[in-house]
Design a protein around this ligand. Sequence first.
Ligand SMILES: [Ca+2]
Ligand SMILES: [Ca+2]
Ligand SMILES: [Ca+2]
Length: 395
Amino acid sequence: MHVPVSAPRLRRLAALAALLLNSCGAAAGHEAASTPPAAPAPAALSHPAVVPGSRLEVLGAGLDLVREVWIGDEPQARWSVPEPGRLVLERAAYEAGPGVRPLRLRDDLGAWHDLPLLCLDLALDPGVFAHGSRPRAGVLGLAAPPPPAKVRAWLGAEALPVAVEAGPGPALRLGLGPLADGTPTGWTPLALWLGEIAVAPFPVPVVRLLIEEVDSDTPGVDAAEFVEVSCGLTSLDLDGYVLVFFNGGHPADGAYFALDLGATTPPDVTSPDGLLVAGNAGVLPPPRAGHRWPDNRLQNGADAVALYQGRAAGFPAGTPPTRAGLIDALVYGTSDPPDLSLLTALLGTGPEAVQADEDGAGRKDEHALARVSRARLDGRAFQPLPAGPWRAGAP
Ligand SMILES: [Ca+2]
Ligand SMILES: [Ca+2]
Ligand SMILES: [Ca+2]
């Protein structure tokens, strides 16, 4: 029996046929380039591979007919068709492990149109990219590791230094960075090229992570000591960064305490002002669970507080100060002579190697050392000012 086909129906069929034909070239045609990967029209997918969080585009005709988007058997919530020829999956979301799974488009008639998609797993450590940090990326799901010379990374529009570290089997481990101090801050797309495979970009938080304020000496037995760090972005888990206290009175200026800025239960995250405070339970408002230390622990100088990329387990008592992994540091005292060995170890020998004095205005009980500039690894950035835990200081 002949079934008449309406004109809109024909248009729909033609459009979806074109979409599927276009998809055949999805993974081909990518060339190593010196600029961030762009949508390779007329391929159907902007990128052949994704990680959770990736932003992927589908190009082709008939996309305004799509009603549902799935990855494998997992429905996607964050997608739109801003114009008829372009579908944007804002944030690929999947719980299933790595593998080739279809990106599935269901049209208004209930038909499914599948596009092959390489779904990778990615582990970033730390997940927050701070100026001066060297994050590591673990990639799972590749059929074979790409040649090291063909692995590239872009953070926004800037090429990011990348080093391939040998990984077991097809797992790939990358060392990224260091992140230059001039790298623009904010949520920024990170794009990876793994050999011929372009991974759709995904957002990472880029921050200037700083020691913002330190109060070592408080009235009576010190019960309101704190260290405030700032990063400028809210709701971030700073897992992978650690505060380390160094004892200027130790023969090797060794560490006497270390506190992970992440790894708390429940997770502690940065405040709406992008701050995180650790300290005694008596600080107001008090530091959250996991970010407290016993009263009178933070020594009053000449000593140092340092912020490292790493974890507390890497800084057992007696560990000498080092610049490796160092993000920021404050060498301080309360009317103490400068500790030159601590200054040299943490801040070098230039004009920034200054020991800040919490008692510089003669009010060490009321004053904390607070930032008056955004300079990193610079003792001149601190002045004694009225203590203000959880309050943003200098812009
Ligand atoms: Ca103290
Ligand atoms: Ca004080
Ligand atoms: Ca403050």
